[in-house]
Design a binder for this molecule. Structure first.
Ligand code: TRP
Length: 338
Protein backbone atom coordinates (compact mmCIF):
# COMPACT_ATOMS: atom_id res chain seq x y z
CA UNK A 1 0.00 0.00 0.00
CA UNK A 2 1.43 3.36 -1.01
CA UNK A 3 1.16 5.85 1.76
CA UNK A 4 -0.74 9.08 1.44
CA UNK A 5 2.37 11.25 1.65
CA UNK A 6 4.68 9.42 -0.73
CA UNK A 7 6.40 11.79 -3.12
CA UNK A 8 5.46 10.03 -6.34
CA UNK A 9 3.89 12.37 -8.91
CA UNK A 10 0.15 12.57 -8.36
CA UNK A 11 -2.33 11.58 -11.06
CA UNK A 12 -6.02 12.24 -11.02
CA UNK A 13 -8.40 11.23 -13.72
CA UNK A 14 -11.96 10.07 -13.85
CA UNK A 15 -14.96 8.99 -15.82
CA UNK A 16 -18.53 10.15 -15.91
CA UNK A 17 -20.72 7.35 -14.68
CA UNK A 18 -23.18 7.24 -17.56
CA UNK A 19 -22.57 3.68 -18.76
CA UNK A 20 -20.15 0.77 -18.68
CA UNK A 21 -16.83 1.46 -20.37
CA UNK A 22 -15.84 0.15 -23.79
CA UNK A 23 -12.84 -0.66 -25.92
CA UNK A 24 -12.34 3.02 -26.77
CA UNK A 25 -11.84 3.79 -23.08
CA UNK A 26 -9.51 0.84 -22.82
CA UNK A 27 -7.30 1.96 -25.72
CA UNK A 28 -7.38 5.63 -24.76
CA UNK A 29 -6.85 5.41 -21.03
CA UNK A 30 -7.69 2.31 -19.02
CA UNK A 31 -4.72 0.22 -20.09
CA UNK A 32 -2.44 3.18 -19.44
CA UNK A 33 -3.78 3.60 -15.93
CA UNK A 34 -3.02 -0.02 -15.09
CA UNK A 35 0.62 0.75 -15.96
CA UNK A 36 0.84 4.22 -14.38
CA UNK A 37 -0.36 3.00 -11.00
CA UNK A 38 3.05 1.40 -10.46
CA UNK A 39 4.99 4.63 -10.89
CA UNK A 40 2.52 7.28 -9.73
CA UNK A 41 0.21 8.02 -6.85
CA UNK A 42 -3.01 7.49 -8.79
CA UNK A 43 -6.54 8.58 -7.91
CA UNK A 44 -9.55 7.62 -10.03
CA UNK A 45 -12.75 9.56 -9.65
CA UNK A 46 -16.14 8.09 -10.42
CA UNK A 47 -17.56 11.40 -11.61
CA UNK A 48 -21.25 11.00 -10.83
CA UNK A 49 -21.82 14.69 -10.12
CA UNK A 50 -20.32 15.63 -13.46
CA UNK A 51 -22.48 12.94 -15.11
CA UNK A 52 -25.53 14.60 -13.59
CA UNK A 53 -24.77 17.91 -15.33
CA UNK A 54 -26.31 16.56 -18.52
CA UNK A 55 -28.30 13.67 -17.08
CA UNK A 56 -30.44 15.36 -14.46
CA UNK A 57 -33.45 13.68 -16.10
CA UNK A 58 -32.03 10.26 -15.23
CA UNK A 59 -30.22 10.24 -11.87
CA UNK A 60 -30.95 6.52 -11.52
CA UNK A 61 -28.73 5.83 -14.55
CA UNK A 62 -25.93 7.89 -13.03
CA UNK A 63 -26.21 6.07 -9.69
CA UNK A 64 -26.36 2.59 -11.19
CA UNK A 65 -23.29 3.15 -13.32
CA UNK A 66 -21.01 4.06 -10.41
CA UNK A 67 -20.66 0.35 -9.69
CA UNK A 68 -20.57 -0.59 -13.38
CA UNK A 69 -17.57 1.66 -14.02
CA UNK A 70 -15.91 0.38 -10.84
CA UNK A 71 -16.31 -3.19 -12.17
CA UNK A 72 -14.60 -2.06 -15.38
CA UNK A 73 -11.68 -0.50 -13.48
CA UNK A 74 -11.05 -3.64 -11.48
CA UNK A 75 -11.54 -5.90 -14.50
CA UNK A 76 -8.78 -4.19 -16.50
CA UNK A 77 -6.32 -4.60 -13.64
CA UNK A 78 -6.58 -1.40 -11.67
CA UNK A 79 -5.41 -2.53 -8.27
CA UNK A 80 -7.07 -0.85 -5.27
CA UNK A 81 -3.91 -1.31 -3.21
CA UNK A 82 -2.08 0.93 -5.71
CA UNK A 83 -4.86 3.18 -7.02
CA UNK A 84 -7.41 5.03 -4.89
CA UNK A 85 -10.87 4.72 -6.43
CA UNK A 86 -13.40 7.21 -5.08
CA UNK A 87 -16.91 8.56 -5.65
CA UNK A 88 -17.26 12.25 -6.51
CA UNK A 89 -20.62 12.89 -4.85
CA UNK A 90 -19.30 11.48 -1.55
CA UNK A 91 -16.53 14.10 -1.44
CA UNK A 92 -18.19 17.32 -0.25
CA UNK A 93 -14.88 19.23 -0.40
CA UNK A 94 -15.07 19.03 -4.21
CA UNK A 95 -18.40 20.85 -4.27
CA UNK A 96 -17.20 23.48 -1.82
CA UNK A 97 -14.09 24.15 -3.87
CA UNK A 98 -16.25 24.41 -6.99
CA UNK A 99 -18.32 27.08 -5.25
CA UNK A 100 -15.19 29.05 -4.36
CA UNK A 101 -13.56 28.68 -7.79
CA UNK A 102 -16.75 29.85 -9.49
CA UNK A 103 -15.67 33.36 -8.44
CA UNK A 104 -12.39 33.09 -10.31
CA UNK A 105 -13.82 32.43 -13.75
CA UNK A 106 -16.21 34.34 -15.99
CA UNK A 107 -19.27 33.07 -17.82
CA UNK A 108 -17.76 34.40 -21.05
CA UNK A 109 -14.65 32.29 -20.50
CA UNK A 110 -16.73 29.18 -19.85
CA UNK A 111 -18.77 29.79 -22.99
CA UNK A 112 -15.55 30.10 -24.99
CA UNK A 113 -14.15 26.78 -23.74
CA UNK A 114 -13.81 24.67 -26.93
CA UNK A 115 -14.76 21.42 -25.17
CA UNK A 116 -17.92 22.96 -23.75
CA UNK A 117 -18.75 24.67 -27.05
CA UNK A 118 -18.64 21.37 -28.95
CA UNK A 119 -20.54 19.52 -26.26
CA UNK A 120 -23.28 22.15 -26.20
CA UNK A 121 -23.62 21.74 -29.96
CA UNK A 122 -23.62 17.94 -29.86
CA UNK A 123 -26.28 17.91 -27.13
CA UNK A 124 -28.37 20.53 -28.91
CA UNK A 125 -28.80 22.65 -25.77
CA UNK A 126 -28.99 25.95 -27.66
CA UNK A 127 -29.44 28.62 -25.00
CA UNK A 128 -31.02 26.14 -22.58
CA UNK A 129 -27.76 24.99 -21.06
CA UNK A 130 -28.05 23.68 -17.51
CA UNK A 131 -25.90 26.03 -15.38
CA UNK A 132 -24.27 22.93 -13.88
CA UNK A 133 -23.18 21.85 -17.34
CA UNK A 134 -21.69 25.21 -18.26
CA UNK A 135 -19.80 25.15 -14.97
CA UNK A 136 -18.55 21.58 -15.01
CA UNK A 137 -15.06 22.72 -16.02
CA UNK A 138 -14.94 24.55 -12.69
CA UNK A 139 -15.93 21.40 -10.89
CA UNK A 140 -13.28 19.50 -12.84
CA UNK A 141 -10.74 22.11 -11.73
CA UNK A 142 -11.86 21.39 -8.17
CA UNK A 143 -11.38 17.65 -8.74
CA UNK A 144 -7.87 18.08 -10.06
CA UNK A 145 -6.64 20.61 -7.53
CA UNK A 146 -8.29 19.00 -4.50
CA UNK A 147 -6.02 16.02 -5.05
CA UNK A 148 -3.07 18.33 -5.87
CA UNK A 149 -2.65 16.34 -9.06
CA UNK A 150 0.05 17.49 -11.45
CA UNK A 151 -0.69 14.96 -14.18
CA UNK A 152 -4.09 14.38 -15.71
CA UNK A 153 -4.35 11.61 -18.31
CA UNK A 154 -7.20 12.59 -20.61
CA UNK A 155 -8.19 12.45 -24.26
CA UNK A 156 -7.23 15.32 -26.54
CA UNK A 157 -10.76 16.74 -26.39
CA UNK A 158 -10.28 17.38 -22.66
CA UNK A 159 -7.10 19.46 -23.02
CA UNK A 160 -9.01 22.80 -22.85
CA UNK A 161 -10.37 21.71 -19.46
CA UNK A 162 -6.87 21.37 -18.06
CA UNK A 163 -6.00 24.79 -19.48
CA UNK A 164 -9.11 26.17 -17.79
CA UNK A 165 -8.05 24.52 -14.52
CA UNK A 166 -4.63 26.15 -14.71
CA UNK A 167 -6.17 29.55 -15.32
CA UNK A 168 -8.20 29.16 -12.16
CA UNK A 169 -5.11 28.00 -10.28
CA UNK A 170 -3.09 31.02 -11.43
CA UNK A 171 -5.92 33.38 -10.66
CA UNK A 172 -6.32 31.96 -7.15
CA UNK A 173 -2.58 31.82 -6.47
CA UNK A 174 -2.32 35.46 -7.51
CA UNK A 175 -5.17 36.34 -5.17
CA UNK A 176 -3.50 34.70 -2.17
CA UNK A 177 0.00 35.80 -3.27
CA UNK A 178 1.62 32.38 -3.12
CA UNK A 179 1.83 29.04 -4.87
CA UNK A 180 -1.06 27.54 -2.98
CA UNK A 181 -2.11 25.11 -5.70
CA UNK A 182 0.04 23.39 -8.33
CA UNK A 183 -0.70 23.64 -12.03
CA UNK A 184 -1.49 20.40 -13.82
CA UNK A 185 -0.39 18.95 -17.09
CA UNK A 186 -2.60 16.99 -19.47
CA UNK A 187 -1.17 13.60 -20.41
CA UNK A 188 -2.55 12.91 -23.86
CA UNK A 189 -2.13 9.39 -25.26
CA UNK A 190 -0.06 9.11 -28.41
CA UNK A 191 -2.50 6.85 -30.14
CA UNK A 192 -5.46 8.90 -31.27
CA UNK A 193 -9.05 8.25 -30.39
CA UNK A 194 -10.36 4.82 -31.32
CA UNK A 195 -13.09 5.11 -34.00
CA UNK A 196 -16.41 3.29 -33.69
CA UNK A 197 -16.92 0.02 -35.55
CA UNK A 198 -18.85 2.02 -38.18
CA UNK A 199 -15.82 4.21 -38.90
CA UNK A 200 -17.26 7.28 -37.16
CA UNK A 201 -14.63 9.31 -35.33
CA UNK A 202 -15.79 8.35 -31.88
CA UNK A 203 -16.68 5.07 -30.24
CA UNK A 204 -19.69 5.71 -28.09
CA UNK A 205 -22.37 3.61 -26.49
CA UNK A 206 -25.06 6.10 -27.47
CA UNK A 207 -24.00 5.97 -31.13
CA UNK A 208 -24.35 2.16 -31.02
CA UNK A 209 -20.87 1.65 -32.47
CA UNK A 210 -19.05 0.50 -29.36
CA UNK A 211 -17.65 -2.81 -28.13
CA UNK A 212 -18.20 -2.98 -24.37
CA UNK A 213 -15.56 -4.51 -22.11
CA UNK A 214 -18.15 -7.09 -21.11
CA UNK A 215 -18.86 -8.12 -24.73
CA UNK A 216 -19.56 -11.83 -25.18
CA UNK A 217 -17.65 -13.88 -27.69
CA UNK A 218 -20.58 -13.62 -30.13
CA UNK A 219 -20.90 -9.87 -29.68
CA UNK A 220 -17.22 -9.44 -30.47
CA UNK A 221 -17.53 -11.64 -33.57
CA UNK A 222 -20.60 -9.75 -34.80
CA UNK A 223 -18.96 -6.38 -34.18
CA UNK A 224 -15.89 -7.39 -36.17
CA UNK A 225 -18.08 -8.81 -38.90
CA UNK A 226 -19.98 -5.51 -39.28
CA UNK A 227 -16.85 -3.41 -39.10
CA UNK A 228 -16.26 -0.65 -41.63
CA UNK A 229 -13.40 -1.42 -44.03
CA UNK A 230 -12.67 0.08 -47.43
CA UNK A 231 -16.03 0.53 -49.17
CA UNK A 232 -14.35 0.32 -52.60
CA UNK A 233 -12.63 -2.98 -51.80
CA UNK A 234 -15.31 -5.25 -53.22
CA UNK A 235 -13.32 -8.26 -54.33
CA UNK A 236 -10.38 -9.85 -52.55
CA UNK A 237 -8.29 -9.47 -55.70
CA UNK A 238 -8.67 -5.63 -55.73
CA UNK A 239 -6.13 -3.38 -54.04
CA UNK A 240 -7.52 -1.98 -50.78
CA UNK A 241 -6.97 1.09 -48.63
CA UNK A 242 -5.63 0.69 -45.12
CA UNK A 243 -5.98 4.29 -43.92
CA UNK A 244 -9.35 4.88 -42.27
CA UNK A 245 -10.03 1.15 -42.50
CA UNK A 246 -11.29 0.38 -39.01
CA UNK A 247 -10.11 -3.24 -39.03
CA UNK A 248 -6.53 -2.07 -39.51
CA UNK A 249 -6.92 0.79 -37.04
CA UNK A 250 -7.95 -1.75 -34.40
CA UNK A 251 -5.14 -4.13 -35.33
CA UNK A 252 -2.71 -1.24 -34.87
CA UNK A 253 -4.25 -0.45 -31.49
CA UNK A 254 -4.46 -3.98 -30.09
CA UNK A 255 -2.26 -6.44 -31.96
CA UNK A 256 1.19 -6.86 -30.46
CA UNK A 257 2.59 -8.61 -33.53
CA UNK A 258 3.47 -5.47 -35.50
CA UNK A 259 5.27 -7.39 -38.23
CA UNK A 260 2.24 -9.53 -38.90
CA UNK A 261 0.05 -6.42 -39.17
CA UNK A 262 2.53 -4.75 -41.52
CA UNK A 263 2.53 -7.84 -43.66
CA UNK A 264 -1.28 -7.87 -43.82
CA UNK A 265 -1.32 -4.18 -44.74
CA UNK A 266 1.10 -4.72 -47.57
CA UNK A 267 -0.88 -7.62 -49.02
CA UNK A 268 -4.15 -5.72 -48.61
CA UNK A 269 -2.78 -2.69 -50.45
CA UNK A 270 -1.39 -4.83 -53.23
CA UNK A 271 -4.63 -6.73 -53.73
CA UNK A 272 -5.37 -10.38 -53.14
CA UNK A 273 -6.26 -10.18 -49.47
CA UNK A 274 -9.93 -10.32 -48.58
CA UNK A 275 -11.64 -8.44 -45.73
CA UNK A 276 -12.66 -11.74 -44.18
CA UNK A 277 -9.08 -12.83 -43.62
CA UNK A 278 -8.12 -9.59 -41.90
CA UNK A 279 -11.29 -9.66 -39.84
CA UNK A 280 -10.51 -13.17 -38.68
CA UNK A 281 -7.13 -11.98 -37.39
CA UNK A 282 -8.72 -9.05 -35.58
CA UNK A 283 -11.39 -11.30 -34.12
CA UNK A 284 -8.68 -13.55 -32.64
CA UNK A 285 -6.87 -10.55 -31.16
CA UNK A 286 -10.02 -9.04 -29.61
CA UNK A 287 -11.29 -12.37 -28.27
CA UNK A 288 -7.96 -12.94 -26.52
CA UNK A 289 -7.91 -9.38 -25.16
CA UNK A 290 -11.49 -9.21 -23.90
CA UNK A 291 -12.05 -12.76 -22.56
CA UNK A 292 -10.00 -12.33 -19.36
CA UNK A 293 -11.43 -8.81 -18.79
CA UNK A 294 -14.97 -10.14 -19.23
CA UNK A 295 -14.32 -13.01 -16.83
CA UNK A 296 -12.79 -10.82 -14.14
CA UNK A 297 -15.61 -8.33 -14.58
CA UNK A 298 -18.22 -11.05 -14.09
CA UNK A 299 -16.48 -12.14 -10.89
CA UNK A 300 -16.53 -8.58 -9.46
CA UNK A 301 -20.12 -8.07 -10.57
CA UNK A 302 -21.04 -11.22 -8.64
CA UNK A 303 -19.49 -9.72 -5.50
CA UNK A 304 -20.76 -6.12 -5.25
CA UNK A 305 -20.14 -6.14 -1.48
CA UNK A 306 -16.40 -6.42 -2.12
CA UNK A 307 -16.51 -3.63 -4.71
CA UNK A 308 -18.51 -1.45 -2.30
CA UNK A 309 -15.80 -1.96 0.30
CA UNK A 310 -13.16 -0.85 -2.23
CA UNK A 311 -15.17 2.31 -2.95
CA UNK A 312 -15.78 3.04 0.73
CA UNK A 313 -12.14 2.63 1.58
CA UNK A 314 -10.90 4.71 -1.39
CA UNK A 315 -13.48 7.42 -0.82
CA UNK A 316 -12.64 7.77 2.86
CA UNK A 317 -8.95 8.26 2.02
CA UNK A 318 -9.87 10.72 -0.71
CA UNK A 319 -12.16 12.56 1.69
CA UNK A 320 -9.26 13.34 3.97
CA UNK A 321 -6.99 14.47 1.17
CA UNK A 322 -9.58 16.72 -0.51
CA UNK A 323 -10.73 18.18 2.82
CA UNK A 324 -7.13 19.15 3.60
CA UNK A 325 -6.92 21.09 0.34
CA UNK A 326 -10.25 22.77 0.99
CA UNK A 327 -9.07 23.82 4.47
CA UNK A 328 -5.91 25.33 2.96
CA UNK A 329 -7.90 27.26 0.36
CA UNK A 330 -10.40 28.52 2.94
CA UNK A 331 -7.58 29.66 5.21
CA UNK A 332 -5.65 31.29 2.37
CA UNK A 333 -8.71 33.23 1.28
CA UNK A 334 -9.33 34.17 4.89
CA UNK A 335 -12.91 32.94 5.06
CA UNK A 336 -14.74 33.48 8.32
CA UNK A 337 -13.88 30.83 10.86
CA UNK A 338 -16.34 29.79 13.52
N1 TRP B 1 -14.51 14.94 -17.89
C1 TRP B 1 -14.12 13.58 -17.76
C2 TRP B 1 -14.91 12.76 -18.79
O1 TRP B 1 -15.72 13.29 -19.49
C3 TRP B 1 -14.38 13.00 -16.39
C4 TRP B 1 -13.70 13.72 -15.27
C5 TRP B 1 -14.30 14.26 -14.18
C6 TRP B 1 -12.31 13.98 -15.14
N2 TRP B 1 -13.39 14.83 -13.36
C7 TRP B 1 -12.17 14.68 -13.90
C8 TRP B 1 -11.19 13.71 -15.91
C9 TRP B 1 -10.92 15.12 -13.46
C10 TRP B 1 -9.95 14.13 -15.46
C11 TRP B 1 -9.82 14.85 -14.25
O2 TRP B 1 -14.73 11.55 -18.86
Amino acid sequence: MQDEYSDLPVILTGDRTTGPLHLGHYAGSLRNRAVLQHTHRQFLLLADLQALTDNAHDPEKVRRNVLEVAFDYLAVGIDPSLTTICVQSALPALSELTMLYMNFVTVARLERNPTIKTEIQVRGFGRDIPAGFLCYPVSQAADITAFKATLVPVGEDQAPLIEQTNEIVRRLNRQVERELLPEAEAMIPKIGRLPGIDGKAKMSKSLGNAIPLSASSDEIRNAVHQMYTDPKHLRAADPGVVEGNVVFTYLDAFCEDVDMVDNLKERYRRGGLGDMVVKRELNDVLQALIAPIRERRARYAADPAYVMSVLKDGTSRARERTQNTLDEVRRALGLFEL
